[in-house]
Write a protein that binds this ligand. Structure first.
Ligand SMILES: Cc1ncc(COP(=O)(O)O)c(C=O)c1O
Length: 328
């Protein structure tokens, strides 16, 4: 029995899905969506809040303010509600409705930024809005997930050692890159580990995180329009870029087997399968990280009209999904 009195105290750290029968590659998917925030972001949020309290930056009466496409905002709204802080999330139209409703149910406020800046796109506009709020009122505290070292430290302390404990023979780890907190925390940990592990970053096409041209991205979580300050590419062994249409197909392929995951999981799985097929993946022990679950995406990734409007009528050709499953 597990008994808790604050929502941050529960997180399923040890759940993996063996994807071999679904994707045809030996790949273990670490599920990070089983906590009260429904995502891996609870770890980064808890670590950043705890550090800000220790440093005296965050005190009673403060209002946490953060730019988030949804999941960090949800996690911070829970922590703020539990600890008695205010919370304001600055986001854009890609933040799904259920995440907004969730934050508001926790007593948080949500500001939606509509106009991208010329240099930084919507993310740049969100950050400019946060900075303006903080400049206007000293009760606002911005933890800044894009530059806060406690974001990656959360994964250095928890996610990576948990994987190392269960997979002592780990060869390759696939991590999606948003703020790159998960990526940098895991990569730093495994660089110091006794065994060489290849850390493969997975990003979406249209993201500028690892260079390249900015492009349309509709699926929240992974990818940026401003390079994240936390990223140190010297820790990253390889990079896979995934088209959103492939993300969508991977999500539906998993759903057809009863696993409803979020968009970034589809991206990471798609990238991992592609990488493993190029590197004779049957010989390696491989783990990928699934940041959240799929319920928040029922009106987007799992909704036919939304999909067809953005990615075309054939994005989920039934023959293709059937063939995928059959080839596993
Ligand atoms: C669903 C989802 N996937 C992936 C990520 C990326 O994680 P990180 O910011 O640690 O790179 C996020 C971050 O918000 C997310 O919400």
């Amino acid at each position: 029995m597990t008994v808790i009195s604050v929502p941050m105290d529960f997180n399923a750290e040890d759940l993996y899905v063996d994807l071999r029968s679904i994707v045809g590659q030996a790949l273990f998917l670490k599920c990070e969506g089983f906590n009260f925030a429904g995502s891996i972001k609870l770890k980064a949020a808890s670590e950043m809040v705890a550090a800000a309290e220790r440093n005296g930056v965050l005190k009673p009466g403060c209002v946490l303010v953060e730019s988030s496409s949804g999941n960090l905002g949800v996690a911070l709204s829970i922590i703020a509600a539990s600890k008695g802080y205010g919370f304001l999330c600055v986001t854009d139209a890609r933040c799904n409705l259920s995440a907004r409703r969730f934050m508001e149910a926790m007593g948080g406020r949500v500001h939606i930024v509509a106009e991208p800046t010329a240099e930084g796109g919507l993310l740049g506009a969100r950050i400019a809005h946060v900075a303006a709020l903080c400049a206007a009122d000293e009760r606002y505290v911005w933890l800044n997930q894009y530059a806060n070292a406690d974001n990656w430290r959360a994964h250095y302390r928890t996610t990576a050692p948990a994987i190392a404990r269960r997979f002592p023979q780990l060869d390759v780890l696939f991590v999606g890159a948003g703020t790159t907190g998960t990526l940098m925390g895991c990569a730093r940990y495994f660089r110091e580990w006794h065994r060489r592990v290849r850390v493969v970053a997975v990003d979406s096409v249209g993201s500028v995180t690892f260079g390249g041209e900015p492009g349309r991205r509709m699926i929240p979580g992974l990818g940026t329009s401003v390079r994240p300050a936390l990223l140190d590419e010297s820790y990253v062994d390889d990079l896979v870029r995934v088209e959103e249409a492939d993300t969508v197909r991977a999500c539906h392929r998993l759903a057809r087997r009863g696993f409803l995951f979020g968009g970034s999981t589809g991206t990471v799985v798609s990238g991992a399968v592609e990488w493993l097929s190029r590197h004779d993946g049957h010989e390696v022990t491989a783990v990928a990280i699934a940041p959240d679950l799929g319920e928040r995406y029922l009106d987007t990734i799992y909704q036919t009209n939304w999909l067809q409007a953005l990615y075309g009528e054939g994005v989920l050709a039934t023959e293709e999904l059937a063939a995928d499953v059959g080839s596993a």
